[in-house]
Design a protein around this ligand. Structure first.
Ligand SMILES: Nc1ncnc2c1ncn2[C@@H]1O[C@H](COP(=O)(O)OP(=O)(O)O)[C@@H](O)[C@H]1O
Ligand SMILES: [Mg+2]
Length: 120
């Protein structure tokens, strides 16, 4: 418990204050409305978010997955960072083993790969 509290306190602000539900996101009304429909239906299609850094790509998918999976978020979501986790070994090892470990326990799960946009 103490360790958890300390980890929370040491988080960078971008993580500490990241929106944790779709309702906390601002702007992108059209996208948020569409995602709200997926939430109502209880399912996610494959999604690709693109745009400049800091516009809410990571926050949006995290918020959506948290709204969808609630307390099971940590169990059902594998988050990868495309900047340093993009080789074939990541597919073979991390993604495959995550997906196969879910097969017996979950009807759905989410894998998302977060990338840093090239600056323009
Ligand atoms: N649409 C938004 N609504 C609310 N907060 C946002 C939004 N976009 C960005 N932020 C804030 O900026 C921070 C960085 O956004 P992030 O989702 O990591 O951007 P990206 O993944 O597009 O680079 C988030 O932690 C959040 O606090
Ligand atoms: Mg991001």
């Amino acid at each position: 418990m103490e360790i958890e509290k300390e980890t929370q306190q040491n988080l960078p602000w971008v993580e500490k204050y990241r929106p944790s539900s779709l309702g906390e996101l601002i702007s992108h009304e059209h996208i948020l409305r569409t995602l709200g429909k997926f939430l109502q239906e209880g399912t996610l299609p494959n999604l690709l978010f693109y745009g400049p850094p800091g516009t809410g790509k990571t926050s949006t998918i995290v918020a959506l997955a948290k709204d969808l999976y609630k307390d099971e978020y940590n169990k059902l979501v594998l988050e990868l960072n495309a900047s340093d986790e993009r080789g074939i070994d990541v597919i073979r090892d991390q993604i495959k083993s995550f997906a196969s470990s879910m097969a017996l326990t979950a009807t759905q799960y989410t894998i998302f790969h977060s990338a840093i946009s090239p600056s323009s």
